[in-house]
Design a protein around this ligand. Structure first.
Ligand SMILES: Cc1cc2nc3c(=O)[nH]c(=O)nc-3n(C[C@H](O)[C@H](O)[C@H](O)COP(=O)(O)OP(=O)(O)OC[C@H]3O[C@@H](n4cnc5c(N)ncnc54)[C@H](O)[C@@H]3O)c2cc1C
Length: 751
């Protein structure tokens, strides 16, 4: 805190101390005022301007310092100056005083609060930036919270001072009039209670309800504006039309059918979308074969003298397709039709907010009218405009599944989860894989040591991990395909047989009516939705990859719930999509799973944390399985049993992380994980040992010193006085008792 902040703080503190020390509050009561009223009236008659000026200054001081007494002063204002002038003086004095309190809070506290709780306040900040004036107006009208609290809290938000001033003045005006008016009757009023008659309370309730009604009116006006061009048909055939039958669309349709809505699901390609056909399912099937081959190669580690695998790549890819076929019925037309969903194969286009045109697979066109629409059109692989790429031909996660001949040399462009999973799978199947990533490490979203663990394993398996390599162009040289990449200012040539482009995915936002309806997209090129997954049109929702912000199957289902429920029941109640605890996993070997913050993000956001790491190389079951590698890394609030995030690297990390996901989701701390019985010997015990590491790191030298004296007293070697004499150390010596040990490392809180 700088000098001027200190000075202001000391000045405010001194004034507050003086107020309470001299019991100045006794002058702010009806009785005190009444006892002096005659004298004040006489002074006012003799010196009207001075009286107004003194009153004004006093009022500003009381509100600026957040002292109790503003209500009495308002009544007094009415009693002395009458309704008109009382209202004018009080209105300006209270608003100026409130603004001074607001500015003081902003000057003294805002930076510190925003730095410390920035991420938690992000939603509030966004809300205040967008609708701060409305919120403030509501709070001013409804005297549920004391005004001084509103002044101080609003100072911590990004609301503009000018907005705060005028909204406060306007919002408090009605209340001011009511109180000043009551003050004019002060001779007949004995206490504050007397003013709060049922009629008055009712009028405050009405005032409180007014902004909510006003918001509904504003929303209705906004909706009228967006719908102006689109006449609503008199009759709507359906409650919901869902565009796209991937993870998001299927869940939306399922929910709608479950609540007996008439719902139509339109899919232009294959039911199940990416996840089933070209994403999660085939990739995990392929990884399994890769894992088996890797285990066979390590046969000697398990006491088997020799083992080798004979296989044909085409058979492996056929097995992948068999897996897809086996899962397919879960997402099939037959299943969804039986659930009560009308399924149409065809290309959908939103013709108006109330109608969707379908070009059916059989060539016919059909118009469906509907009360609401859910867009679940998914995403597709992003293909960067690198010179020569289109000419040379490339694979993506959409087309790689058609391969039946293993490329001898495969370039994987991209170090994200999809690139990393497929690079390892193809390398294990025997391809010479070069993974090209322009950033300094692969899996950039994870902490550096996590990337390092994966990269180490990749390199050990023969993958050429080329980080800091930027693909510049593709060419053919003597019939050979070559990628030219830039690294450290020089060009390197990487010859290859096939290139798999896995540099990210873009949402499908074009060609199905968004442009015509003017539905905007975001900077990330997803459909713009609000916290309810609602687009510009209150009856059109979007979810899954097309809306983001995450691109996973489980987040697609998660957002689909909000989209479907809000689309069907939003008239009565809307639910805000909750992104507070989002987990994910990358199914490389070692597997990487995360929930909440990692260290990199905590540092970027300035969130203080304590980190506990448990090395899985120490875990009995992992040793027995021959998989003794990886870690559980947990971030907690310094000195508190609150989990900020967890990262797990190792076998079945995606399964192990569930314990931390559940803990975070339900506000459970590390202590509870520690006190849960974990079956021995299992991999999930790693979670418990990490929790144990955290617990150990909380023990202070002071606590140990008291314990030591207590035990000595128990043995009769020390007096009770020695135990009692050590008690102050509980408070005074908070040094950590245990140095970081192998496998259990606790760092100091990082600022
Ligand atoms: C290789 C790979 C591996 C992955 N692994 C995982 C994983 O392990 N775990 C995980 O959680 N996620 C994984 N994902 C991501 C996951 O597949 C997606 O997040 C998920 O499929 C998104 O579902 P969605 O319903 O939003 O979109 P999609 O599944 O893409 O479905 C959208 C559907 O809409 C249809 N459609 C689009 N426009 C129209 C139109 N105008 N008319 C009719 N139909 C239309 C499309 O044909 C498509 O079927 C992986 C992705 C890939 C590519």
């Amino acid at each position: 805190m700088n000098r001027s902040r200190w000075l202001l703080l000391v000045a405010i503190a001194a004034l507050l101390v003086a107020f309470f020390a001299f019991d100045l509050g006794r002058y702010f009561s009806i009785d005190a005022f009444k006892s002096q009223q005659a004298a004040i009236d006489a002074y006012f008659r003799a010196h009207p301007f001075q009286t107004a000026a003194i009153y004004f200054a006093l009022y500003v001081a009381v509100t600026a310092l957040s002292l109790p007494g503003a209500a009495i002063m308002t009544l007094a204002g009415g009693a002395v100056f009458g309704l008109l002038w009382g209202t004018v003086i009080v209105s300006f004095a209270s608003t100026i005083g409130a603004t001074l309190a607001f500015l003081a809070s902003r000057f003294l506290l805002r930076d510190a609060v925003q730095t410390k709780f920035g991420d938690k306040l992000a939603a509030i900040n966004r809300g205040v930036e967008k609708e701060g004036a409305f919120y403030l107006f509501t709070l001013r009208l409804v005297p549920v919270f004391p005004f001084f609290i509103i002044n101080l809290l609003m100072g911590l938000t990004p609301i503009a001072t000018r907005t705060f001033y005028w909204v406060s003045q306007l919002g408090m005006l009605l209340g001011t009039i009511v109180y000043v008016n009551a003050g004019t009757q002060i001779a007949r009023v004995d206490s504050l209670k007397g003013i709060l008659s049922p009629a008055l309370i009712l009028s405050f309730v009405a005032l409180g309800v007014f902004p909510l009604v006003a918001k509904k009116i504003v929303d209705a006006l906004k909706a009228r504006k967006v719908y102006a061009k689109w006449p609503r048909p008199a009759r709507l055939d359906r409650n919901l039309v869902v565009i796209g039958a991937g993870s998001a669309g299927l869940v939306s349709a399922y929910i709608a059918a479950a609540v007996k809505a008439k719902v139509t699901l339109i899919e232009r390609h294959r039911m199940g979308g990416d996840c089933l056909n070209t994403g999660c399912v085939p990739s995990k099937a392929l990884l399994k074969t890769g894992k088996l081959l890797a285990t066979i190669r390590r046969a000697q580690d398990f006491g088997i003298r020799a083992a080798h695998a004979e296989f044909d790549f085409a058979d492996v890819m056929e097995r992948v397709q068999r897996v897809v076929k086996t899962v397919e019925p879960h997402d099939s037309v037959a299943r969804y039709t039986a659930l009560g969903v009308e399924c149409i194969a065809g290309e959908a286009r939103i013709a108006s907010p109330w109608s969707v045109e379908v070009r059916r697979a059989d060539g016919a066109t059909q118009i469906l009218t509907t009360k609401a629409i859910v867009i679940a059109a998914g995403a597709r692989p992003f293909v960067p405009p690198i010179p020569g790429l289109a000419e040379i031909g490339y694979l993506t996660s959409d087309t790689v599944w058609n391969l039946r001949v293993l490329p001898k040399r495969l370039v994987v462009l991209g170090g994200g989860p999809i690139g990393a999973e497929l690079a390892q799978a193809f390398a294990r199947l025997g391809a010479k894989v070069s993974q090209v990533e322009m950033l300094p490490r692969i899996m950039m979203r994870e902490d550096p040591e996590v990337s390092a663990m994966v990269m180490r394993q990749f390199r050990a398996e023969g993958i050429d991990v080329l980080v800091d390599h930027k693909a510049k162009r593709f060419l053919r040289d003597n019939g050979e395909k070559v990628l030219v990449a830039d690294t450290e200012g020089r060009e390197v040539r990487i010859p290859f047989d096939e290139v798999l482009v896995a540099v990210g995915r873009v949402a499908n936002t074009a060609g199905y009516g968004l442009e015509e309806l003017g539905i905007p997209t975001t900077k990330a090129r997803t459909v713009e939705v609000n916290e309810f997954m609602e687009t510009l049109y209150p009856n059109i929702y979007a979810c899954g990859d097309v809306a983001g912000p995450y691109q996973f199957t489980h987040t697609a289902s998660h957002t689909a719930w909000y989209a479907a429920v809000n689309a069907l029941f939003g008239r009565f109640r809307k639910f805000r999509a909750d992104f507070s605890v989002i987990p994910w996993a990358t199914f490389t070997d070692p597997e990487v799973a995360r929930v909440g913050l990692n260290e990199t993000e905590a540092r970027e956001k300035g969130i203080p944390y304590e980190v506990t790491v448990y090395g899985i190389d120490d875990l009995d079951r992992a040793i027995a399985d021959g998989d003794a590698h990886g870690m559980v890394k947990v971030l907690t609030v310094p000195g508190k049993d609150k989990i900020l995030g967890a990262t797990i690297v190792g076998e079945h990390a995606g399964d192990l992380i569930i314990e931390y996901i559940a803990a975070m989701r339900h506000g459970i701390g590390v202590n509870k994980i520690l006190s849960t019985i974990h079956i021995y010997p299992t991999l999930v015990e790693a979670n418990k040992y990490a929790a144990g590491g955290w617990k150990r790191a909380q023990v202070t030298v002071g606590q140990m010193s008291v314990l030591e004296a207590f035990q000595a007293w128990g043995r009769g070697e020390a007096s009770l006085g020695r135990v009692l004499g050590r008690l102050p150390a509980l408070v005074s010596d908070k040094r950590k008792a245990y140095a970081p040990a192998h496998g259990i490392a606790a760092t100091e809180p990082t600022p």
